[in-house]
Design a protein around this ligand. Structure first.
Ligand code: C5P
Length: 302
């Protein structure tokens, strides 16, 4: 191993809306969701090596073959005519695990880009998207980033008009929620496809302010808030603090509030931090990018 490593930056996401419109034969749920990338990043570094290995300083992150970064690297390697390619990958986690922020999926998208570059492969964008889709329902979004709509399992992506760098306040509780379990508990209650009608009490008026953010609905909140009522209390506190909209992130466990341009989040972060002492409060914003490769000398992502 020698020389400068290659670096991928991998952003977190929130779902500005998430409607569950059906159940599929493959065990997944049919979704209509709007993703938004946010300014909170994992970093992956890669150097050419004889073997394919992953290291991560966070002991909570398993580095075995089940890790999505290694699965993405293997999938990319399978495209190569000569399969004896290796890489020493090093993952630096900042996006919390099981927070509904898509960290593992974003890392997988970053690893696809990183390994393609490292090994000099130039697969078509559709091929990369196909690999992403096989790795997980949220992975394709991170190849695009910004603001985008997902249908199917959430893996059929159409880019949307960028929301702008709006401020976002995240509440990250000290526990995670399993995506699989939240979806399983939701099963009996489905939103009619394409329906923006509020079909359940929890889908109702949760937005405020001059702009119309009433599209911000997450069908999985009813399940997550019944498992962990403090998440609903945190969502309500964000709305009381003036959020344009506030929702559970994906299947949880994090909760976010979207604020008007120029809002100073610091006083709210301090107040929420006092009231919800167990939560980590992160002031961030929307970003227009997805996972991307950077010059390692460039410093932080953004
Ligand atoms: O694709 P991913 O591995 O991230 O999904 C984790 C689990 O979440 C799936 O195994 C499934 O149980 C559930 N899920 C779902 N419908 C989706 C996405 C995820 O039921 N559209």
């Amino acid at each position: 191993m020698s020389g400068m490593p290659l670096v991928a930056w991998c952003p977190a996401k929130v779902n500005l809306s998430l409607r569950v419109v059906g159940r599929r034969e493959d065990g997944y749920h049919e979704l209509e969701t709007r993703f938004q990338a946010i300014d909170l990043w994992d970093r992956i570094e890669a150097r050419a090596d004889e073997r394919l290995t992953l290291a991560c300083e966070d002991p909570a992150v398993p580095c075995g073959p089940e890790n999505l970064v290694l699965r993405a690297a293997s999938a990319m390697r399978d495209l190569a005519p000569r399969r004896a390619l290796g890489a020493a990958l090093r993952l630096t986690k900042r996006i919390p695990v099981q927070g509904g922020l898509g960290g593992g999926s974003s890392d997988a998208a970053g690893a696809l880009l990183l390994c393609a570059r490292l090994w000099g492969l130039e697969p078509d964008a559709e091929v990369v998207q196909g690999l992403a889709r096989e790795l997980g329902a949220d992975v394709p979004f991170f190849l695009f980033g910004g603001t985008a709509d997902g249908t199917g399992r959430g893996d059929r992506i159409r880019t949307a008009e960028y929301l702008g760098d709006l401020p976002i306040l995240l509440g990250i509780p000290p526990f995670g929620l399993s995506t699989r379990e939240v979806f399983a508990a939701f099963a009996p209650r489905l939103t009619p496809r394409g329906g923006n009608v509020s079909v359940r009490a929890s889908s109702g008026a949760k937005s405020r302010g001059d702009n119309d953010f009433s599209f911000m609905v997450n069908d999985l909140e009813s399940v997550a808030f019944s498992i962990r009522p403090e998440l609903g209390a945190f969502r309500d506190a964000l709305l009381e603090a003036g959020a344009l909209g506030a929702l559970l992130c994906g299947s949880g466990s994090s909760v976010f509030g979207l604020f008007a341009e120029g809002t100073d989040l610091a006083p709210m972060a301090a107040r929420l931090g006092e009231r919800f002492a167990r939560f980590r409060i992160v002031a961030t914003r929307a970003v227009a990018r997805g996972a991307y490769l950077a010059d390692p000398a460039e410093g932080d992502a953004g």
